[in-house]
Design a protein around this ligand. Sequence first.
Ligand SMILES: *Cc1c(COP(=O)(O)O)cnc(C)c1O
Length: 396
Amino acid sequence: MTDLKSRYANALMNTFGPPKLVLTRGEGAHVWDDTGKQYLDLLGGIAVNSLGHAHPALVDAVTTQLQTLGHVSNFFATEPQVVLAERLLDLLGAQGKVFFTNSGTEANEAAFKLTRRTGRTHVVATEGAFHGRTMGALALTSKVAYREPFEPLPGGVTFVPYGDAAALADAVTDETAAVILEPLQGEAGVLAPPLHYLEQAREITREHGALLWLDEIQTGIGRTGAWFAHQNPAVAAPIDGLADVVTVAKGLAGGFPIGALIATGATADLLQPGNHGTTFGGNPVASAAALAVLDTIEKEGLLDQVTSLGHHVRERLGADDRVTEVRGAGLLIGLDLSEAVSAEVTAAALEAGFIINNPTPERIRLAPPLVLTQEQADSFLAAWPGILDAGYGEAP
Ligand SMILES: *Cc1c(COP(=O)(O)O)cnc(C)c1O
């Protein structure tokens, strides 16, 4: 097993850089590497492992469904898929319809195609946004380093500064098909817009007959302490009415690949037979996994737990002078360091047995399992000053 890193380098494309660890096992919020060392997983597969690792409810749902009916084509209906679509619409409080995919970028890709069915082709997106890596989703992603090697991308996209409602109002016209926004920009390091931004975006889009499309791929499904971040009063003032399109993925099935495009009202009928398709999307096993996640979040009261634990963690993280700002809601947490040492801090954390993430040179992101306990969080908070010492190259 020890030579797995070199075998990885030989057999896998070098898209992610060298892997930091070889992981062999997980349970709850912990994972273990091939030397038997234990880590507290405060990244959760990048906001994916909502129930942690090997949660019995998830294992049981996947096993039972696989033993019953593992896959059928989308020529046929299965109960888990239908129930999951109904549940998502319920949680959103919407009349509408769902299209299932296998990933976040595919959910956005489907939504992008849906926006074209308005008869308009102009889309407004924001600077710092991340919407995925396929050609359509990439066209909506602002980061030049991601885009440039693959141009030309689908056109007609205008980027505006995130959180600036006046700039949004200037960019949206009667030719605009949609505005795509994240309630919090996760990949940018959990950036928050002003509290009334989404509400203003709803007004601006309505005025011009454009769709409001919220990318909740990272922020949705309990991550911020509400089912959807845009419904979380700590993230956004309530919008008047509903978003037209909401995309989700990451945490939805707790590690099983799935994504969903949820469209509300008349928008739900824009994609018609033949307009779009998928072989795996809405697969009964993935759908059963997602239902187990939603049930468990409800049964274990995780939304409240995530909210209060998030407050506690943010307050304690920010107590150190080397942390200049702490942001986020629930268990999606971003912080700024006083120096560009986030890679060193992340490495020091790993050494100390904690998996965290450095989305930019001075930002740290945490997106732990929603089942993280206070004791587990406190073990990290106790180690945090020492991790900063090591990351800053200071003697403890
Ligand atoms: C991760 C992410 C995506 C892309 O999801 P994939 O499953 O990696 O394709 C899109 N939008 C947001 C906001 C994300 O965080």
